[in-house]
Design a protein around this ligand. Sequence first.
Ligand SMILES: Cc1cc2nc3c(=O)[nH]c(=O)nc-3n(C[C@H](O)[C@H](O)[C@H](O)COP(=O)(O)OP(=O)(O)OC[C@H]3O[C@@H](n4cnc5c(N)ncnc54)[C@H](O)[C@@H]3O)c2cc1C
Ligand SMILES: *[C@@H]1O[C@H](CO)[C@@H](O)[C@H](O)[C@H]1NC(C)=O
Ligand SMILES: *[C@@H]1O[C@H](CO)[C@@H](O)[C@H](O)[C@H]1NC(C)=O
Length: 763
Amino acid sequence: MRRQALSVALQVSGLFLQTTEATETKSRSGHGLIGYGISMYPPPCAFACKDAVSAPLNCTADTAMDMSGHGGMSMKLKSRHHGEHDELEFPSGDGWKVVKTAPAACKAINDFWLQTVAHCVRTRCPDSSISQLEKFWETEALGHLVEQPVPKMSYSQALASIAVEPSRAMNKSVLLDYVGAVSDKDWTPIYNADVNFEEHEAGHSMFGLIVLLATAVLPIAMSLLRFLPWPTALVSRFHAYLIDPPLFGPHHSTPVFFGLGIMPTRGQALFIVYIWAVNIACSAAGYHPIWPHSWYASTYVEVTTYVSNRVGILSFANLPVTILFSGRNNPLLWVTDWSHSTFLLVHRWVAFICMAQAVIHSIAYLYLYLEPDRDHTAESQKPYWYWGIIGTLGLSLMVPLSLQPIRARMYEAFLASHIVLAILALIGCFLHIFYRYEWQWGYENWVYTAAGVWIFDRLVRLARTARNGARRAFVTPIDNEYLRVDIPGVVATGHAYLHFPGVSRWKFWENHPFSVAGVSLGMDVESGSTAPKTMSDDAADEEKKTHQVAEAPAPQSSRGSSSSVAPPASSARLRPIGSTFFIRKSEGITDLLSRSASGSKGVSVLVESSYGPGATVLQEDPVMPTPEFPNVLCIAGGVGIAAILPILDTATTGLGRGSGSIKLYWGVRTMPLVHAVEDMLRLGDLGDQGVTDRCWGAVPVKLSVGERLDLKAVIESEVASNTGGTTVVVCGPAGMADEVRCIVSAVSRHGPVTRLVVHSFMW
Ligand SMILES: Cc1cc2nc3c(=O)[nH]c(=O)nc-3n(C[C@H](O)[C@H](O)[C@H](O)COP(=O)(O)OP(=O)(O)OC[C@H]3O[C@@H](n4cnc5c(N)ncnc54)[C@H](O)[C@@H]3O)c2cc1C
Ligand SMILES: *[C@@H]1O[C@H](CO)[C@@H](O)[C@H](O)[C@H]1NC(C)=O
Ligand SMILES: *[C@@H]1O[C@H](CO)[C@@H](O)[C@H](O)[C@H]1NC(C)=O
């Protein structure tokens, strides 16, 4: 019994040892990318020797059959001619068999093969150290398959066992029953192939890294330029000519070409051109074919293969860039002064390039395998081939399914398909590499990086949501178009993504961006004009907690508009501190929200905050008055006022304020929204003021109710009457934003210095 148990244990541990050994032989010593931590053929002179010695061998019966069943693990094409009939030309006997293409197990114990290779290695690799060659001998000489056998003697032993210097040449069609000398004719083409292929692979890695870094680093470099002491007038003119206006025509926020696309601004266009240039240069540079070359039928095939591999790698390198630019938590947003909508726009262009590269890679390989000497049918049945197709198809489908009309009309369907296809494409790329090369060459690192960027964004989103916890939103209809939403207990700035899991069962995963209009301190419990009259127990607890917060030295919430535009009412009557949103009813979740207009209990809400400029530490606030730009002219359209209110607050408290003028022009359809905003600001009853000329604390406000503002006249006269530069901030419908963009650019080309800040509700 005991003995049996022991032997089982030994067998099991033996199995275990064997498998660890096997994986050790299989796994490459390096990590990283080819040329950066991974070398393919260390050293190529020795690799060429073991591949050159391909003469028929006299194998023992048990080693004569290739049992590994592994193909495609190596970069190399398998021997073009090999089939059963070849074997018939060679003799076999009792317990032995001569095989044309001997399996590794046969080579491992075949003296002549080992000695011939060892001799070749010694003569061809004069510069390699013995230890490197011994390592090659142990781990690479017989391939790097899972079942790779270890040669029965070491490299030095094999060399020592050669009795006389070989004089007879190794001949590929003659049984190797002697120690052969490998001729230049046999060795050089293989050596050329190994060296040149590896050099190109290292080039692919380098160009991939260049694409990745060039696209990610330029935004940082460009936005660091703003810290240099440029003359203000020069910067203003530069922006007016080269950055702010649309590339062509008057539209940027409003889609063009029959609603099919978005016209980039000139600044965005410059970056897009740069990205194209980098990608084209990196696809085209650094090819140097060599001849004779053992793997390819011609130099043409060789170069086509390199180009195909290059664009494949560049496509991989663009995956993380694409995902990075699309994210809400893109670290580039934190260190540059570029907007989220700029990154989203560029995301679409990088994604297109990434897709195009994948398509070129696929078509080029399809073309190569349709050549008469390649077997397309066999290849196309291999998992790596069809996973590659799945990856390319996934990327290709995403492009038409993300066109502007689809995003605008079926945003949620677009988003769902986008995420599913992106995951499918990443899995496709991943398995394409896995089935082709397992983890030998580090290509998978590109896919890992892409997945890592995505996971980072999702984790930060989760953390931002979790930090605010589950909250209740109190919805107050303003009229049949607008809603006010108060979320006690959440202090946010910029914009926040709101999830309303209770509002629709089918849309529980939807979340939409809304601007934080202000901090709601002042929902008066007695008059209860905007707030529910009764508080749940839970909200009462909240009140106790937040009272302490409210009395503590003003936290970030002082950015909220209410605190400074108007002094808060007596704090004893305040509801808990929280955030207020103004929402315009649209067709989706906002419509459902208005119908579920909550009673006293509110609806449950998850708040993912805070986003937007100023919500991060590394950026200065773009609209803070400065000595050069002491004036702020705010222009709001409809519910766009939500993004403008905090700006008014910042501007009126800003240090540079002193001399400047701060004004608001607001085009709005009806008065109820105006009253709701003033109510939030706790300005008291302004009914006696004129309808069009009002005053919010220190800020003069001009309303245009039910009719369009004459933007050109307003901007030109305001900018001209100001002393010093003016920052023009606009938030409103796309058409309004575009008009302001073009007017401000035109004004600052010749007139007084201006800065333009556009807040967009449309991505
Ligand atoms: C930074 C930012 C701040 C915003 N602030 C406000 C605000 O304070 N008040 C306000 O009323 N609206 C604001 N919006 C617009 C608001 O997000 C949309 O009106 C809302 O998503 C419409 O939802 P829906 O399901 O009711 O609309 P639908 O009628 O279903 O969709 C209308 C359109 O809104 C766009 N949209 C929907 N969801 C998103 C999303 N998650 N990301 C980008 N675009 C989307 C799509 O283009 C869609 O076609 C803001 C948008 C952005 C980007
Ligand atoms: C092959 O090797 C066996 C012994 O291992 C030997 O008997 C046989 O003659 C050899 N065949 C040839 C063709 O050399
Ligand atoms: C190899 O052997 C074959 C047949 O014996 C002969 O015809 C051929 O010339 C040899 N090749 C070389 C390069 O010696």
